[in-house]
Design a protein around this ligand. Structure first.
Ligand SMILES: [Zn+2]
Length: 266
C-alpha cells in the first residue's frame, strides 16, 4: 500500500510535510473519540500552501496518514522531543486541547505502535532519506524544509499566542548559520508579521535527525501560526490570508535555493 506521495524535482530543496495527512484506516477511526475524529491537530492545508514549491522545482514529500496513526516527526522509539515539557508522542494519546484521542481502552498497545511504525513511519523516512541522498548526488548542498502549522494558541503546549512564523534549526545545529541568518533576515522584512528563530519550536525529530550541515544537508523547520491562513475553529482555508502566506513562503524557499546554489556545482 502506498503511504505517501513524493514529487521529485531537480532543485537542491526537499519540502517535507509530515503532518499534512488526514487518512485514518477504518478500524482505527472507529476507536477515536468524537473530538479526535475531526483530526484537530492536523497541520491543515500545508500541502496546498506548499504547492508553490513546485514552481521552484523542489521535491515535495507528503504522507497520507494522520499524525494520530503515527507521528512521523517523533523518534521511532518514542523518545521525548522536549524532555520535561508536555508534548504529544509517537502515537498521540491526548489532543492539543488535552482531550483523549482514543476511546476508553482503545489506545494502541506497544505491539500495535511498532506495527504502525513499520507500516507508516518507516516508508516515509525511507523516502525522505532516499530523496535527500538523490539530491545530494546532484548538488553539493541541499536544504530539507520541514513545513508545519499549528493553532496560534495551545495552552497545553505553550503560553500565549505563538508568533506568526517560527523557524527552528535545533538551536543552530541543523543548518549552516548563514542559512539561518538569511531566513531570519527575510522574516524580519515581512510587513506586520511576528517571528521567532529557535524559540518554543526548535525543530522536531526530522529536523534534528537529518540536519547534517557538515555533510551538506541543511534542515530547517517552519512552524506557522494557522490564523495567518485559515479559520482555526472551522479549519476553513482563507484565500486572502493564504495567498499572502504563499508569497512569503516562496521568498523563504527561494532563499534556501540561493543558499544551496552558492556552494557551486557538484
Ligand atoms: Zn506539524
Amino acid at each position: 500500500m502506498q503511504t505517501f506521495v513524493l514529487e521529485c524535482g531537480s532543485a537542491p530543496l526537499l519540502v517535507s510535510l509530515p503532518h499534512d495527512g488526514t487518512f485514518v484506516p477504518e478500524e482505527m477511526a472507529a476507536r477515536l473519540t468524537a473530538p479526535a475524529r475531526a483530526l484537530p491537530d492536523t497541520d491543515w492545508h500545508v500541502g496546498r500552501l506548499y504547492a508553490i514549491a513546485r514552481a521552484l522545482d523542489a521535491s515535495i514529500l507528503r504522507p497520507y496518514a494522520s499524525r494520530y496513526v503515527v507521528d512521523l516527526n517523533r523518534a521511532p522509539d518514542g523518545a521525548a522531543l522536549y524532555p520535561g515539557r508536555r508534548e504529544t508522542g509517537l502515537v498521540p494519546l491526548r489532543t492539543f486541547a488535552d482531550e483523549p484521542v482514543w476511546r476508553e481502552g482503545a489506545a494502541p498497545d506497544t505491539t500495535e505502535v511498532s506495527a504502525r511504525v513499520d507500516a507508516w513511519w518507516r516508508p516515509y523516512h525511507a523516502a525522505l532519506a532516499g530523496e535527500l541522498a538523490r539530491l545530494r548526488r546532484r548538488h553539493p548542498r541541499v536544504v530539507l524544509w520541514e513545513g508545519h502549522s499549528i493553532r496560534s494558541q495551545v495552552p497545553m503546549l505553550f503560553d500565549g499566542r505563538l508568533p506568526d512564523y517560527n523557524l527552528g534549526t535545533a538551536g543552530g545545529a541543523s543548518c549552516d548559520v548563514a542559512l539561518r541568518d538569511a531566513l531570519g533576515a527575510q522574516l524580519a522584512r515581512f510587513d506586520d508579521r511576528t517571528h521567532a528563530v529557535d524559540g518554543r519550536f526548535k525543530g522536531g525529530w526530522i529536523t534534528r535527525h537529518y540536519g547534517r550541515p557538515q555533510d551538506g544537508v541543511h534542515a530547517v523547520q517552519l512552524e506557522l501560526a494557522q490564523c495567518t491562513y485559515m479559520d482555526e475553529d472551522s479549519f476553513a482555508w482563507d484565500e486572502d490570508g493564504a495567498s499572502r502566506v504563499q508569497r512569503e513562503i516562496g521568498r523563504l524557499l527561494r532563499e534556501c535555493v540561493r543558499f544551496a546554489a552558492a556552494a557551486g556545482p557538484a
